[in-house]
Ligand binder design. Structure first.
Ligand code: HEC
Ligand code: HEC
Length: 282
């Protein structure tokens, strides 16, 4: 039987409803292969353990998580929710990513989320924990054809909106604070959105367009889809402007001087391009 993960009692009702009282599994609506395809034996054990690490990241790997988040705080429904989906990801790596300026393996990409999104520390790429996470990611991609990296349409989609941070603050208080806390610190119902226990400034979610997209499609958790695009942009801008942990080395991101417009910190490559050192060709 599919488990409906939650630590949160009030959500049990909602989740049980979503899971058809326990008789239907979430992937009936979510993306990816049916759990019944998980094979018996060692591979099945690795897949299940990898999934458990995504759901209980902090409890299972405390030395690698510096926030109060877990992987499935953003990759909802065990990575099967369309916005934030990990279905098909495995078949798109290795991939070139401009933030690092290198061809990244799937292990490198997972560790990026450990370092930035969880404000933690990388796993040993060849270790058992990473192996099991990758086994789960591979399972989630069974049935998805391997594909070249997809162009990111999020940047363009949100370019048209001018955020109103004051409107975002009001919306936060009225709609989000009851779960995420008046100071964004998190409650028993939901993880932090800013402050010491949140994702750090180097995380994808710290970029306003990435946050707007996630919030528009997934939040409020109990009524997703009820915000307008403008409201999602406003509240994303408010949340993104709140203080959060720093990310050491962030100025080395986008080494080819091609950061997207919603990156909130200066990068060395852009500065070098704007102010080439005297005597050197630009
Ligand atoms: C604070 C939110 C957040 C948390 C927590 C988080 N991630 Fe992510 N993750 C993101 C965002 C945002 C992206 C970028 C998605 C995109 O560009 O479409 C991403 C991308 C990824 C990707 C690449 C997806 C792709 O298709 O290229 C992988 C793999 C991944 N995350 C794994 C993890 C794992 C494993 C964990 C836990 C160790 C984790 N993430 C925790 C927000 C988060
Ligand atoms: C009914 C409670 C509830 C409400 C209301 C709510 N959220 Fe969430 N939010 C959650 C839960 C639960 C998660 C995922 C937690 C998990 O599974 O670990 C989440 C996750 C998030 C995340 C990614 C993880 C993180 O903590 O960074 C963001 C960003 C977010 N919510 C923003 C918002 C915004 C903005 C609003 C208001 C428009 C909002 N939420 C309203 C419950 C809520």
């Amino acid at each position: 039987m599919q488990r409906c993960h939650t630590n949160v009692v009030p959500f049990m009702m909602v989740l049980l409803a979503a899971c058809g009282g326990g008789s239907r599994s979430p992937q009936a609506t979510g993306l990816g292969p049916a759990d019944s395809l998980i094979p018996p034996g060692p591979l099945g054990s690795a897949i299940r353990r990898g999934r458990a690490l995504l759901v209980a990241t902090r409890d299972s790997l405390p030395g690698h998580v510096g926030s109060a988040l877990r992987c499935t705080s953003c990759h909802l429904d065990e990575g099967r929710r369309p916005t934030g989906s990990l279905v098909g990801t495995y078949g798109r790596y290795p991939a070139y990513r401009p933030r690092s300026g290198i061809v990244e393996t799937i292990e490198y990409r997972v560790n990026d989320c450990f370092r930035r999104s969880l404000n933690g520390a990388a796993l040993t790429p060849a270790g058992d924990d990473m192996r099991d996470i990758v086994a789960y990611l591979a399972f989630l991609s069974w049935g998805s054809a391997p594909a070249p990296p997809q162009p990111n349409t999020r940047l363009q989609r949100w370019a048209a909106f001018t955020p109103d941070t004051a409107a975002g603050a009001a919306l936060y208080g009225a709609t989000c604070a009851k779960c995420h806390g008046p100071e964004g610190q998190g409650t028993a119902l939901a993880p932090p959105l800013w402050g010491a226990k949140s994702y750090n400034v180097g995380a994808g979610m710290a970029r306003v367009r990435t946050a707007a997209d996630f919030i528009r499609n997934n939040m409020p958790f109990d009524q997703p889809g009820t915000l307008t695009d403008q409201q999602a942009m406003d509240v994303a801008a408010f949340v993104s402007a709140r203080p959060r942990p720093d990310y050491r080395g962030k100025e080395l991101d986008w080494p080819n001087a091609d950061p997207p417009p919603d990156v909130a910190y200066p990068t060395a490559a852009v500065q070098r391009k704007a102010h080439p050192a005297p005597g050197r060709s630009p």
